[in-house]
Design a protein around this ligand. Structure first.
Ligand SMILES: Nc1nc2c(ncn2[C@@H]2O[C@H](COP(=O)(O)OP(=O)(O)OP(=O)(O)O)[C@@H](O)[C@H]2O)c(=O)[nH]1
Ligand SMILES: [Zn+2]
Length: 196
């Protein structure tokens, strides 16, 4: 088994009451969480966000990226729908870890873009993997999702795992003057589907 469910509790937020479910990743040792709301085992695809950890954006209000606003948007959308889930995966910095992401930011301060900085450090542009999503979704009896993402690779990664992505729901938010070129590179080099 890839993950072990450990505990759950209520998590009241500004937008409504979620439940938080903690999982131990038995391959990486990471502690992942799911925020859930509503009856996930009911019929019909579940509104779902697979969010990769970004300490700087999710918790420290950084304007370098769009992660914080995307997380808030997803929580609000799920609260509005009354049903949905966020898989919060601890793969910081597209899998390279927090300290390497800070090294990458340092190279970006000198002119590299988000992809070049990773490559200069000897990493792939995106080192994330999504295998852990399959057993986490299965824990909730979910096999069909409406996925909040702009990243087609993420849709494909879930489909390869046997998860049905009935719909890709765009999550375009958080544009500011500091992340404009960063988001443009996600479109031009990483294939993200952003209209702006
Ligand atoms: N290495 C690196 N990681 C970054 C950088 N900016 C954001 N991240 C990480 O990227 C991850 C989020 O990935 P994104 O590319 O923003 O978006 P996505 O998850 O692929 O796609 P969406 O579902 O549309 O949000 C988080 O783990 C962030 O910590 C960066 O400049 N360098
Ligand atoms: Zn971020």
């Amino acid at each position: 088994m890839r993950v072990k469910f450990v505990a759950q509790a209520t998590l009241p937020t500004e937008w409504g009451e979620f439940t938080i479910h903690g999982f131990e990743d038995l391959v990486t040792g990471k502690e992942h969480v799911v925020l859930a709301m509503g009856d996930l085992s009911a019929a019909g695809p579940v509104l779902c966000r697979v969010h990769s950890e970004c300490l700087t954006g999710d918790a420290l209000f950084s304007l370098r990226c769009d992660c914080g606003p995307q997380l808030q948007y997803a929580m609000q959308a799920i609260a509005k729908a009354g049903r949905g889930m966020i898989l919060y995966l601890r793969q910081e910095g597209r899998g390279i870890g927090l300290l390497n992401k800070i090294k990458a930011y340092s190279l970006q301060d000198l002119g590299a873009d988000t992809v070049e900085a990773n490559e200069q450090l000897g990493f792939a542009a995106d080192g994330r993997e999504y295998e852990v999503c399959q057993p986490m979704l299965a824990h909730f009896g979910v096999s069909d999702v409406r996925l909040l993402t702009n990243n087609p690779d993420k849709v494909e990664a879930l489909e390869v795992l046997g998860i049905t992505v009935s719909e890709r729901v765009p999550i375009e938010t958080g544009l500011n003057s500091h992340n404009e070129s960063y988001l443009a590179v996600k479109v031009s080099k990483m294939g993200h589907l952003l209209k702006r």
